[in-house]
Design a binder for this molecule. Structure first.
Ligand code: ADP
Length: 547
């Protein structure tokens, strides 16, 4: 017997329509490339997104067509998200920090019909336009008065003029909820990037889950500023979660330095934010150097790479900001786990609570996970056994775009597919997962594994250390040994021996790095994570003193 409930597809357009109807005056504030602050409401955003969808449809954009973006977090980017997905197309966000050649490769692989770009990225578009013959129009995200004076971009369109081609009253189509709505390529640190193709259903379910109190805990009382870019796994779903709950949205545009972010936090009464660990270094430095406080900022999600415990403490103890440590990946839309306490943890001593909050966390409903050994046997949830982390769920990829890389899943005895994350982790008896390392970054020493994350977290807790990275260096006897690479804080002094001694008593002795190298900067990848591949390249001829 079938249930007798209305059969309404889960569609991305419904998120914005809901916000426009039920939170019409809630604001979206954006710092623009032009430098000024733009503000309007969910109703305005919806009406403009609908007009843009109409304009695209009139220009022959069909269901399934890709519309790409090279853009900062801002209201026009949000309009494209909803226009592209709402009409049945696919919003394809591209990371502008990738090399232009890689961007051109991605545009051609995706076969984007249009590409919209912020003015910051004119040089990238000029460099790639000639190599992307299938793009029908390059859309400068500005009004006529700001159009770039360039002859190197054929079929150059003005965003505001394009939008004006659309009529009012566009009706969002009732699509199949399983149809595609968004596309993100993984950063491709090994081999070519691969596309994760999200569906309306997966995106709406992820938005629901993200809003839960033990996930992002977003509500209509929040003013949310995603520092994480809309080109990094859809700003972790916040452009979908915020309208679902009716939260105010604050977009920082290109100004991601500590001072600019702090000013926006204060002027827009931001309560909630999200970003990778490296972006918070600038904010914390600015706030501490100028002796500032946050008036409304209370919680932030930090993920994308391991959040150092020292950063969690700094936020909490000095500024009263709760850090929600989260783990996920492009292939997971991205949320998998977040670390929040449970009822039974509330009476634990603060130190024990802290240890839980430092982990990558507990799954949210929808995602299941397990750890397995190299033969695929499931390992115990005892917080000690570590193995390959596998996940499944309705917002986890089952296959990459265009079948690249074949079938990525591994199958259990019931024939159910699991996605191998490439991460090595432990899971404790309460179901909290902790990442030991990425499997390609883990240091293999004498047949045992050393976690580069643990060594980095300890180093960053030293008062003289601004940034730390640990890589494995080939060793004739032990296979690999850890090398600690450090950027000192401005004006701070510390020696190699002091840093090595700093590890004493905190880890097994044989985990201690064999050497320390001081550098001016540690290379970061396109999403702000430490680029270990580049670091390994830099130190490829380096020999350990113990070798
Ligand atoms: P890429 O880094 O290749 O651009 P993703 O952004 O999808 O791709 O990165 C996903 C990976 O980032 C995870 O598989 C994991 O290795 C790492 N990661 C994400 N969050 C965390 C975290 N909180 N702690 C440790 N590692 C994390």
């Amino acid at each position: 017997m079938q249930g007798l409930m209305m059969d309404m597809p889960l569609l991305v357009s419904n998120l914005l329509r809901h916000a426009a109807r039920h939170f019409p005056d809630v604001e979206i504030v954006s710092r623009r490339v032009e430098g000024d602050l733009h503000r309007y409401s969910y109703r305005d955003c919806h009406d403009r997104a609908a007009r843009l969808a109409d304009a695209f449809t009139k220009r022959g954009v069909h269901v399934g067509d890709r519309i790409a973006t090279l853009a900062w977090n801002g209201y026009r980017h949000m309009e494209i998200y909803y226009a592209a997905a709402g009409l049945g197309g696919v919003v394809h966000t591209i990371n502008p920090r990738l090399h232009p050649e890689q961007i051109a490769w991605i545009v051609n692989h995706s076969n984007d019909a249009y590409l919209a770009f912020d003015l910051t990225f004119v040089p990238i578009v000029e460099a790639i336009a000639a190599h992307c013959p299938n793009v029908r129009g390059w859309i400068a995200m500005c009004g006529r008065d700001r159009m770039p004076a360039t002859t190197k971009i054929p079929n150059l369109l003005c965003y505001e003029e394009l939008l004006a081609e659309g009529a009012e009253g566009y009706v969002w189509p009732e699509l199949d909820e399983r149809s595609a709505c968004g596309l993100c390529y993984t950063s491709g640190t090994t081999g070519n990037p691969k596309g994760a193709l999200y569906s309306h259903r997966s995106t709406v379910l992820h938005a629901y889950a993200a809003a839960l109190p033990d996930a992002m805990g977003a509500s209509a009382r929040d003013s949310i500023l995603p520092v994480v870019p809309m080109f990094h796994v859809n700003a972790w779903g916040l452009p979908y979660t915020a309208p679902l709950v009716g939260a105010k949205l604050v977009f920082p545009g290109p100004a991601l330095d500590g001072k600019s972010i702090y000013e926006l936090f204060e002027s827009e009464k931001v309560t909630y934010s999200a970003g990778v660990p490296t972006v918070w270094l600038g904010l914390l430095q600015h706030v501490s150097a100028n002796n500032l406080r946050f008036s409304t900022f209370r919680r932030t999600v930090i993920g994308g790479s391991a959040c150092p415990p020292a950063m969690i403490r700094a936020f909490q103890e000095q500024y009263g900001v709760d850090v929600i440590h989260a783990w996920g990946m492009t292939e997971m839309s991205p949320l998998g786990t977040l670390s929040r306490l449970q009822n039974k943890h509330l009476d634990l001593p603060k130190e024990a609570q802290q240890k839980i909050l430092e982990k990558q966390g507990h799954v949210i409903f929808g995602v299941d996970m397990k750890i397995v050994d190299d033969d695929g046997r499931e390992l115990a949830w005892d917080g000690k056994a570590y193995g390959n982390l596998l996940v499944r769920g309705p917002w986890v990829v089952k296959e990459y775009f265009k079948g690249e890389g074949g079938d990525p899943l591994v199958y259990d005895a019931q024939g159910r597919g699991w996605f191998p994350t490439g991460d090595v982790a432990t899971i404790d008896a309460d179901g909290y997962m902790q990442i030991t390392d990425r499997s390609k970054d883990v240091i293999k020493s004498g047949g045992e594994w050393i976690s580069s994350i643990d060594l980095e977290n300890l180093a960053i807790a030293h008062p003289a250390v601004a940034q730390a990275a640990v890589i494995g260096i080939a060793h004739p006897k032990w296979d690999e040994r850890p090398l600690l690479v450090v950027v000192k804080k401005p004006g701070a002094e510390v020696t190699k021996d002091e840093l090595i001694r700093f590890y004493e008593g905190k880890i097994a002795k044989w985990w201690t790095p064999d050497d320390v190298q001081f550098v001016d900067a540690i290379p970061l990848g396109a999403t702000g994570k430490i680029l270990k591949t580049r670091l390994r390249e830099t130190f490829k001829d380096y020999r350990l003193p113990t070798a």
